[in-house]
Design a protein around this ligand. Structure first.
Ligand code: ADP
Ligand code: ADP
Length: 226
């Protein structure tokens, strides 16, 4: 049973822009799937549809056996974006446990889980620190920790390392792979325009190619990595 299933999915924005057309994709448990393609080919749109943040306008789309909007409510799906979305006035532990706070999880349990995920990203000594005291790479680690706190089955990452310098990017790629290797049941969908990053990280690469003035095709390319 596929975790994410797109059948002939299309998206036309209200202003008439055809962002995605006839997209077909199956993502199974434990896949690390990278989406590559030039800017404007519809990568973020596909993600936002899977995430339940925007609707599709044709075809059918299911996530973990239900609609994306329903899947999102179940907190089995987590997101990481390029711009960190940390609360500036909250400590790292408060930031990473925010999803649990919103879900009404008791404080003691939140603290233990917060410490667990901060350790996963190498920030266990920074629990009380505020985000502004951190470098870009460290802020990204906090965003990843927050996404992991509810043990998601599906992790969606939209150009997470796009704003980082090359060295930091490579370090975070290694760290992300380590985390994924510790929990191989987690499915990761990762957007990047960097083919090297895609080849390094993924078990499978989805190449999205724009046709001039038109639409995008999705082609699954089996890669001999890693
Ligand atoms: P990518 O992530 O690959 O850069 P996007 O999914 O962001 O591609 O965009 C695909 C196309 O849809 C682009 O032509 C973009 O300008 C357009 N688009 C994206 N979001 C919207 C929106 N909210 N309204 C109208 N057009 C949009
Ligand atoms: P990305 O970096 O993922 O390609 P963009 O910079 O293209 O994203 O878009 C940033 C935001 O602007 C997104 O929320 C997207 O939906 C929206 N957007 C992009 N293109 C358009 C457009 N042509 N009209 C309206 N909104 C757009």
């Amino acid at each position: 049973e596929a975790l994410v299933c797109l059948q002939d999915v299309g998206k036309i924005y209200p202003n008439g822009t055809v962002a995605v057309q006839n997209a077909n994709l199956l993502a199974g448990e434990g896949e690390f799937l990278c989406f590559v393609g030039p800017s404007g080919c519809g990568k973020s749109t596909i993600f936002n549809m899977i995430a339940g943040l925007t609707g599709h306008t044709s075809g059918s789309l299911s996530v973990m056996g239900t609609t994306p909007k329903e899947a999102r409510k179940r907190s089995e799906m987590a997101f990481v974006f390029q711009e960190h979305t940390l609360l500036p006035w909250a400590s790292l532990i408060d930031n990473v446990t925010m999803p649990l706070t919103l879900a009404g999880v008791p404080k003691k349990e939140r603290k233990a889980e917060g410490e667990r995920v901060l350790e996963l990203v190498g920030l266990k000594d920074y629990a009380k620190v505020l985000p502004r005291q951190l470098s870009g790479g460290m802020k990204m680690r906090v965003s990843i920790a927050r996404a992991l706190i509810s043990n998601p089955k599906l992790l969606l990452m939209d150009e997470p390392f796009g704003a980082l310098d090359e060295i930091t990017r490579q370090t975070l790629q290694d760290e992300l792979l380590n985390i994924w290797h510790q929990n191989k049941k987690m499915t990761v969908l990762f957007i990047t325009h960097n083919v090297f990053e895609a080849a390094f990280l993924s078990t499978r690469v989805v190449v999205m190619t724009p046709r001039p003035g038109k639409i995008s095709d999705i082609v699954d390319v089996p890669f001999p990595f890693p």
